[in-house]
Design a protein around this ligand. Structure first.
Ligand SMILES: [Fe+2]
Length: 335
């Protein structure tokens, strides 16, 4: 049975002690030095982000792959179709799995022992219509304490009424999460998608934090803008020293060192698709990473911080996978 989306909405506190924290990291001087009231940081961010998006790759902190990549992918797809292996890759991409992972976090408050997180990344719902049904089947009858999604909901922008948004809404309605659904933007997501995501019940963190309380203890989640488009505000998010157990939600592993330096305990990300098309043994041909390449897939550690790079549910460029399996991940925390 589908959950009631109203009942599953995140509890945004009115006393500003729990739920989404606006603002937690900013003061007037820190918002681009413009003397703008912190409560307006979303508007400041939106304006900057849309200007960057309008400027294309020139305004990105890190440019996307060049046109030679899409040319190579087209040639690759042609070769696969000519040899009849494209369909096998499509089948591989459709056969997503539910995977459970335990994560021992020494600084985790005792009351969060056994806390479960449904972790989805890189859905790319427009690449494989119907994938939402596979996801819903995998999470059917399961309950989680929290759900987090680390971006790339669709390869094209979600828009206001797109098929991708309808598909995502079905997933959101199928998720049973006691503390709601947190999301961040990926490199395929526009600033405008924030409205669409929040309209279906997600709680998007734009360089913001979200606090969950259990028996008087706090678990802090921070969510950043995407590294490919990030604005000045992101530096302030990761500058915050973690005086409580903190889990960062970032689209890509590429902020690993800044997060570790800020005292983040756990770093959850996606972006790489686990390589998507790998050599036998799971060795990726491409990771789409400029830095943090050792952290392209799965569980990793860096200077006391643990990270998990989700293989992702969907695919980009081509709806195929080889030697990787798309995953719906469930993490169980313990101290
Ligand atoms: Fe992606």
């Amino acid at each position: 049975m589908l959950s009631n989306p109203e009942a599953m909405k995140p509890a945004i506190s009115t006393n500003n002690k729990l739920g989404k924290q606006i603002p937690l990291f900013f003061n007037k001087a820190e918002i681009s030095g413009r003397g703008i009231d912190p409560v307006d940081h979303r508007q400041v961010w939106m304006k900057d982000r849309l200007r960057m998006e309008a400027g294309g790759n020139e305004n990105r902190k890190s440019s996307r792959s060049g046109s030679w990549v899409s040319w190579a992918m087209k040639m690759f797809a042609w070769g696969l179709q000519a040899t009849g292996t494209f369909q096998k890759g499509f089948q591989n991409a459709s056969n997503i799995i539910f995977r459970e992972q335990s994560l021992v976090v020494p600084s985790l408050p005792n009351s969060f022992n056994g806390f479960t997180i449904l972790f989805l990344s890189d859905l790319h719902l427009d690449m494989m219509p119907g994938l939402e049904r596979n996801i819903a089947e995998l999470i059917w009858g399961r309950e989680f304490d929290l759900c987090v999604m680390t971006g790339d909901y669709a390869t094209a922008s979600l828009g206001g009424e797109s098929e991708s948004l309808n598909a995502l809404k079905k997933i959101v309605q199928a998720i049973k999460s006691r503390h709601g659904i947190l999301g961040v933007l990926g490199n395929h997501d526009s600033a405008r998608d924030v409205f669409a995501l929040e309209s279906i019940g997600m709680n998007v963190l734009i360089n913001e934090s979200y606090l969950v309380e259990k028996s008087g203890s706090i678990l802090q989640f921070i969510g950043t803008d995407d590294i490919r488009f990030y604005t000045d505000q992101i530096a302030q998010v990761l500058k915050k020293s973690a005086d409580q157990c903190t889990i960062a939600l970032v689209h890509s592993p590429e902020l690993y060192d800044r997060a570790a330096a800020a005292g983040v305990n756990v770093y959850l990300c996606g972006h790489t698709h686990g390589g998507q098309i790998c050599l036998p043994g799971g060795f990726p041909v491409m990771t789409n990473l400029k830095r943090g390449k050792p952290f392209h897939t799965g569980h990793w550690c860096y200077k006391g911080m643990q990270g998990i790079t989700n293989i992702g549910v969907g695919t980009s460029d081509l709806p195929i996978r080889f030697n990787t399996v798309g995953e719906v991940l469930s993490i169980t925390l313990s101290s």
